[in-house]
Design a protein around this ligand. Structure first.
Ligand code: RUB
Length: 314
């Protein structure tokens, strides 16, 4: 329980962050938790697994990769605890390896869209988006990157240090400079926390402004997103919840307490509609956003019947 709570805390506080990493951490935690459950009553074991799954799902509401990963593991079967543990291990390890391979494959597919000499703009810190840039660079293409700071948590600093380690020339800009620099950009590459059935993508706040500025300048926007970032529940008409984080991330609590009439709003993500997205690069291919439904149906294995049955974890 202590380790389960600690993993949940790390995801909530963003010590573990980025939609892919969150998903892999949750799958790993469920696997390890299943090994630690004591007793020999399978019903009790299942109840404890459900409790753990719910605790992890509650940590961050926007990254759909999290419930998708948890659901992939919670599909386990087994009449005994031993069988259940074995199945959980297989499913969790399968998810983690599949996820790591997906990020690599997205790099290979996405790099084909990058030409020698391109300047790429990116936002926040996305492993899938960086995989594309890293692969293009590894292929010998001379690329440079303009990376946003990504207020308020400054994930852009992670991006510039990862790109720097790879030897990729990078400029850091404040978020509000995205339109100013758009004229120097050849294409935009960003990640996603969620993709909806109608092909909208949800990613770090500012993504939609950046995509709008790119659209205005006729620059292509490529979204790097593994298939488990697609949201099955949007098939039922649900909207992806946008996480609003603590105001202290924007302005320290101390400053705020001196301004009693001020309220700070801190949405962590925003929605970019499909008309501003050229391509979603997944591990099963580069698709137009209009094809999101096919991914949910064919590759995530979700049917409307199963969703309606309200079984499992969403
Ligand atoms: C991270 C973020 C990333 C996506 C995709 O937000 O918006 O672009 O999660 O990342 P936060 P990846 O820092 O709030 O988690 O491609 O690594 O899954």
């Amino acid at each position: 329980m202590k380790q389960l709570k600690e993993t949940a805390r790390k995801i909530k506080s963003m010590e573990i962050r980025g939609a892919g990493r969150i998903a892999r951490a949750a799958a790993r935690e469920l696997l390890e938790y299943s090994q630690r459950i004591s007793g020999d009553d399978i019903d009790d074991f299942n109840k404890k697994m459900t409790f753990a799954a719910e605790m992890l799902i509650g940590t961050r509401p926007t990254a759909v990769s999290l419930p998708n990963a948890i659901r992939a593991v919670m599909r386990y079967k087994g009449g005994t605890i031993d069988e259940a543990r074995k199945d959980i291990k297989k499913l969790a390890e399968g998810f983690i390896t599949g996820s790591e391979n997906a990020v690599k494959r997205i790099g290979e597919i996405g790099a084909r869209r990058i030409r020698d000499g391109d300047t790429i703009m990116t936002h926040c810190n996305s492993s899938a988006a960086i995989s594309i840039m890293a692969e293009a660079h590894a292929q010998g293409k001379d690329i440079s990157v303009i990376a946003t700071e990504s207020r308020p948590r400054l994930q852009g600093l992670l991006t510039i240090s990862q790109l720097d380690n790879l030897g990729i020339k990078t400029s850091l800009i404040v978020d509000s400079a995205v339109r100013y620099f758009m004229k120097e950009v050849d294409l935009v590459v960003m990640g996603a926390d969620a993709v909806t059935v109608n092909g909208s993508i949800i990613n770090k706040i500012v993504t939609s402004q950046l995509a709008l500025a790119a659209h205005e300048s006729r620059k292509n926007v490529i979204i790097a997103a593994e298939t488990y970032k697609f949201s099955p529940r949007t098939l039922l008409g649900e909207l992806v919840k946008i996480e609003e984080r603590d105001s202290s991330e924007v302005l320290g609590n101390e400053k705020l307490s001196r301004l009693p009439y001020v309220r700070v709003r801190n949405p962590a993500f925003d929605v970019t509609t499909r008309e501003f997205i050229d391509l979603i690069c997944t591990e099963v291919g580069a698709i137009p956003p209009e094809m999101a439904y096919i991914i949910i149906r064919e590759f995530l294995g979700w049917g409307i019947e199963e969703l309606n049955s309200k079984q499992g974890f969403y």
